[in-house]
Design a protein around this ligand. Structure first.
Ligand code: TLP
Length: 348
């Protein structure tokens, strides 16, 4: 039985081409700047995102942390969404390691923070206040259903930041999903950010690695922060080789993941006892719920029923579930999943 793993796009395995590139990669010591494969990956990344420089980091979490630590000093404040990964899922890294104060404001259901909310969160010059330094956006917005922020919104947030003398960081873990969904060059989404992080190891299927991008000056400083965190990786060209394949070959196909997610969502909307807002599914992430007045089944029963049929998903709270489509999920797997869900919900 094929296991259909819909827990995350982080579960993707490297493609055969990635494995080949990894085994043939030319290597060197990256802390000396001498790994040619990493240097090439960083060049491609900077070029694709329209930034002066880029740097390979072990994970998205470390990438975001490096950016906040590089932009902010102790006691500085970061404005970010209450549903953002940086606030919700990064173990409070910016506070724990940087003494940085997170100022959270509400993410609207479409993933955006209201510009008026951001504006009123910015502190004035007062000895009582932390100093606001950075605004963080997340595109696509994971906990708001993989929703997409359009370039106009990102530009307006950046203009607001600039007006107040602040910096803008973009958690672009899935920025290529956003660009593919909007059918635009990713540069339109990254142009207004002072720094950005994107992941190679999610929908793009590389086994490890994320990239931090920004001005040459920022990335030079960020290299120092990466060293502090122990993220200098020596012959990591073996990883970078897969990252190059990810950027050269795996971006356009994200559209398939989006179609599969939409079909999965539409199928779920037709199953009795489940509820989903299909209009919210813009990329590869879907959330659905067990309907409250029809709770003949517990979360545990739903998970077990699906697991027995080889299907894995995440239970993110009472009656609330997430599925993520990716390279290892075909349209046939979507049909299989829907059949299994229907059976489980019928108690078959
Ligand atoms: N997200 C993971 C989990 O941590 C929840 C997932 O399965 O979705 N930013 C965003 C928006 C992310 O979704 C993630 C990972 C990260 C940063 C962190 O990346 P990694 O896992 O490489 O540290």
């Amino acid at each position: 039985m094929k296991i259909i793993d819909l827990r995350s796009d982080t579960v993707t395995l490297p493609t055969p081409k990635m494995r080949e590139a990894m085994s043939n990669a030319k290597l060197g010591d990256d802390v000396f700047g001498e790994d040619p494969t990493i240097n090439r990956l960083e060049e491609i990344s900077a070029e694709k995102t329209g930034k002066q420089a880029a740097m390979l980091v072990p994970s998205g979490t470390m990438g975001n942390l490096i950016c906040s630590l590089t932009h902010c000093g102790r006691g500085d404040e970061v404005i970010l969404g209450n549903q953002s990964h940086m606030f919700y899922y990064e173990a409070g890294g910016m506070a724990a390691l940087g003494g940085i104060h997170p100022h959270i404001i509400t993410n609207q259901p479409d993933g955006k923070m209201l510009l008026s909310d951001i504006d009123s969160a910015v502190r004035g010059d007062d000895v009582h206040f932390p100093r606001t330094r950075l605004i963080c956006l997340e595109n696509t917005q994971n906990r708001c259903g993989g929703s997409v922020l359009e370039p106009e919104y990102c530009d307006s947030a950046a203009a607001l930041a600039k007006r107040h003398g602040l910096l803008l960081h973009l958690d672009g873990a899935r920025i290529f999903n956003a660009a593919v969904a909007l059918r635009i060059d990713v540069k339109k989404l990254t142009r207004s950010a002072d720094s950005l992080m994107f992941c190679l190891s999610k929908g793009l299927s590389a086994p490890v690695g994320s990239i931090v991008c920004g001005s040459s000056e920022f990335v030079a400083e960020a290299r120092r922060t990466r060293k502090i965190l122990g993220g200098g990786m020596r012959q990591a060209g073996v990883i970078a080789a897969a990252g190059i394949v990810a950027l050269e070959e795996m971006i356009d196909r994200l559209a398939e993941d989006h179609i599969n997610a939409k079909n999965l969502a539409v199928g779920i909307s037709r199953i009795d006892g489940l509820s989903i807002d299909t209009s919210k599914v813009q990329t590869n992430i879907i959330y659905f719920d067990l309907v409250e007045d029809n709770r003949h089944m517990t979360d545990e029963q739903l998970l077990t029923g699906l697991n027995e049929r080889g299907i894995k998903l995440l239970n993110l709270g009472p009656a609330h579930f997430r599925m993520v489509t990716h390279y290892d999920i075909s349209s046939v797997d979507i049909d299989t999943t829907l059949t299994a869900l229907t059976e489980v919900m019928k108690g078959a």
